[in-house]
Design a protein around this ligand. Structure first.
Ligand code: MN
Ligand code: MN
Length: 463
């Protein structure tokens, strides 16, 4: 082999390049493939935050995690989870070192953009029955028409709550939002693409067969209500308090002849939630106190009792600190957090919106974002140089492929995560996640290597 020239050696020393995991060999293909089979199952079983909480509890109870409520006794070495109203979950493992060294926290979210039911959803028009919806999160509305949708949620009644899931089994019916035929779409074509389909047009088609009784009106609506009553024992009035939503009735599938990618609904942010759970379950030996949060309401601003702006995180940290004889303020000050959420991957079909040197690429590992925000870094926490160095050094030591990126060109893009809400209570926090193509679409895309690399990154952080 030829000896390297001085220039080549200098270039190796001085020039920075990100690594493609296929070339870095930091993940074995067989391991990645097997890991992602587990992730695909999680995706199919966890299309809403409630389902993700149930699925996660079944995963962690097998590994000895015990239910915990505020005020319960905590013991050093114990493994606990707090199920917050079936919508968000805090799992934590109390370590052997001093609690005043802080907690290693990962926070991701399990809500995804979708189409929620309005409180009074059912109506009949032109001998068709529909459900009125109110979309949840940042969707491109035109993407949600003419695609099969399934129904998920809960109906609460005086005689008990029932869980709803229609459209996931291959033998189930699905639901549908209509669009115009191109033949009669001349007016629609003249509209701005963001207005081609409006929020009030996202009406879910639910039936077309009239109830067989001459003496009633709205016969198709009555058929639909009678079928709901048969299946769930509910009336139209019960739907007022119900939480029902429509999500794509599509399963996670391998994408590409090489099967290197996964298409699915709701990668954002189950693609960080699942690895955060598996990483925690493989960190039994860590001496640190570890906490893993899968939160709700990130897609609509993290407000409310199940969002990351809720005081519950502070309350749990305080309970842990007091149980282990630490000062809660000191515990928070010394804690560290990975805000695990997705980022945008470079898409060569839309080069004009990216600044390539500061953009994440598929297969180049986890994406770190020192800051997010928009319009001159507004509305974000900004991880310190010291903390970024700590995290990237940890990843380098543990063979984690990582890349640092922004979200689109300045003044074209922008976004936010839960990072700032955790940083606001005096915890060093940085965003980390998976690059995604077609984020918030009914069917999003990620690379398998990157999914596995998040698992590896969080494990490194917990070590
Ligand atoms: Mn997200
Ligand atoms: Mn999102």
């Amino acid at each position: 082999m030829d000896e390297k020239t001085q220039g080549q050696l200098l270039s190796e020393k001085l020039v920075y390049k990100t690594k493609n995991t296929f070339e870095s060999k930091n993940a074995e293909k067989d391991v990645v493939t097997e890991y992602c089979e587990g992730y695909k199952k999680f995706l199919d079983n966890s299309k809403t935050e409630r389902e993700a909480v149930t699925e996660t509890i079944s995963m962690i109870e097998k590994k000895g995690y015990k239910p915990y409520k505020l005020g319960d006794k905590l013991e050093r070495g114990g493994k606990y989870y707090l199920n917050n109203r079936n919508k968000s979950l805090f799992m934590f493992k109390l370590g052997s070192e001093s609690i005043e060294n802080g907690i290693r926290i990962t926070a991701s979210h399990i809500d995804s953009p979708r189409v929620d039911f309005k409180p009074r959803p059912v109506y009949e028009d032109s001998e068709m029955c529909f459900f009125k919806t109110h979309y949840y999160g940042g969707i491109k509305k035109y993407q949600w028409v003419t695609t099969p949708l399934s129904l998920h949620g809960v109906i609460c009644k005086p005689d008990g709550d029932v869980t709803v899931c229609i459209g996931e089994d291959d033998s189930d019916p699905v639901f549908y939002i209509s669009d115009l035929a191109p033949h009669i779409a001349q007016l629609q074509y003249q509209k701005h693409v963001g207005e081609a389909i409006t929020g009030e047009q996202l009406n879910l088609l639910a039936g077309s067969e009239p109830y067989d009784d001459e003496k009633t009106s709205d016969k198709v609506k009555l058929t639909v209500l009678s079928l709901l009553n048969e299946k769930y024992g509910c009336t139209e009035a019960d739907l007022i308090s119900a939480e029902l939503c429509a999500v794509p009735a599509l399963k996670a599938r391998d994408i590409g002849l090489d099967r290197s990618m996964i298409g699915s609904y709701g990668h954002d942010d189950r693609v960080c939630a699942y690895p955060s759970v598996t990483a925690m379950l493989e960190s039994e030996d860590s001496e640190h106190t570890l906490m893993n949060i899968i939160a709700d309401k990130e897609e609509v601003g993290s407000d409310g009792v199940s969002g990351m702006q809720c005081a519950l995180l502070s309350d749990i940290i305080e309970e842990i600190a007091l149980a282990l004889g630490g000062n809660p303020r000191v515990v928070r000050a010394n804690s560290k957090c990975l805000s695990a959420d997705v980022n945008v991957a470079y898409d060569p079909n839309f080069p004009e919106v990216f600044e390539r040197r500061n953009t994440a690429f598929l297969n180049h590992g986890v994406v770190l974002s020192k800051y997010t925000g928009a319009r001159g870094k507004s509305g974000t926490s900004d991880a310190s140089a010291e903390f970024v160095e700590f995290v990237t050094r940890t990843f380098d030591e543990e063979g984690v492929d990582w890349q640092m990126a922004e979200l689109g060109k300045i003044d074209l893009g922008g976004g936010g995560t839960v990072a700032k809400y955790i940083a606001n209570i005096n915890i060093d926090t940085i965003d980390l996640g998976v690059p995604v193509i077609s984020m918030h679409a009914p069917y999003e895309l990620v690379a398998k290597n990157d999914v596995y690399m998040v698992h590896k990154a969080i494990k490194a952080f917990y070590k």
